[in-house]
Every structure is written in C-alpha cells, then in structure tokens.
Design a protein around this ligand. Sequence first.
Ligand SMILES: CC(C)(COP(=O)(O)OP(=O)(O)OC[C@H]1O[C@@H](n2cnc3c(N)ncnc32)[C@H](O)[C@@H]1OP(=O)(O)O)[C@@H](O)C(=O)NCCC(=O)NCCS
Length: 131
Amino acid sequence: MTAPVDPAASPVRIRGYRAGDLRDLYRICLQTGDSGTDATGLFRDPELLGHVNAAPYGVLELHIDLLPRVQGRGIGRQLIELQLATLRDRGSHGVHFHVRPTNRRALSFYDHLGFAWLRTGHSHVLGMRLG
Ligand SMILES: CC(C)(COP(=O)(O)OP(=O)(O)OC[C@H]1O[C@@H](n2cnc3c(N)ncnc32)[C@H](O)[C@@H]1OP(=O)(O)O)[C@@H](O)C(=O)NCCC(=O)NCCS
C-alpha cells in the first residue's frame, strides 16, 4: 500500500522560466487572479489574464503568483530575494511595482519584507532602493 501524497508537503524547486512553461503560467494567473484567489468564472475568456499578466512578462521579469498549495512555505520570500539579488547584480538602483488595494494579503507580505509604500490609490505602488 502506498502512503497518500500530501501536495502541500512536496518539495519545491525554484528555477528560471522556460518557453514550455507558458501554459502553466496562464493557468496560475487564472487561479490567483482575483486579488490572489481563484478567478475562474470571472472572465468570459479564461486566457485573458494570462495574455495580460503572463505572456509579456515570462521572459522579462518576476510576476509572483503562487498556488495555494505552495503558499506560506517561505517560497515567496525566496523568489523575491532571488529577484532583488539578480537586479542588484545587474546594476539596478531600485524596484517598484503595482499591487491592487484589494490584495491585502500580498500588501502585508510586501510590507513585512520591507518594501516602502511609494503611492496609494486605485493601484498601490510599493518599492525598495537597491545597492
Ligand atoms: C503573496 C505571496 C506571494 C506570498 O508568498 P508566500 O510564499 O505565501 O509567503 P512566504 O511563506 O514566503 O512568507 C515570507 C514571509 O512573509 C510573511 N508573510 C507571508 N504572508 C504575509 C502576510 N499576508 N502578512 C504579513 N506577513 C506575511 C511570512 O510570515 C514570512 O515571514 P518570515 O520570512 O519573516 O518568517 C503568495 O501568497 C501568493 O502568490 N499569493 C497569491 C497570488 C498573489 O496575490 N500574488 C501577488 C500579486 S501582487
């Protein structure tokens, strides 16, 4: 008899983007697209979020969206720290990004990691100086 596999306990390996990942990125965008929760059913075209949030960014920058089964295990911090280290190595002086005000969980996560609130509004802007 084999023991049941607990997907939440399975190891996670962080690696760079590969061209074959795009389908999975589209799926993850949809499953985290409602302020971090599942947006399936909210869009007539289930690929819309992927067109906007995955296709243009896959090869250029980190877009952090973890499915629930891998959240809360330190992977978000590892991904952000990896991205910041990469940007520092490339001579970047700072980083900024937009977060929806409704995504309170992500906002407090970034706040906890030390990002500054640069602007608040219909889209909050957070950032950090590097270097
Ligand atoms: C938001 C998200 C990226 C966080 O990643 P995560 O892997 O769940 O977070 P981690 O386990 O790496 O947490 C790292 C640290 O932040 C803290 N933290 C996590 N969520 C937090 C929250 N909501 N509020 C305050 N602190 C938080 C953890 O306690 C941990 O602290 P420590 O390292 O000092 O002990 C992830 O939950 C996610 O992808 N959510 C769905 C998609 C989404 O909303 N993406 C953001 C779009 S802008």
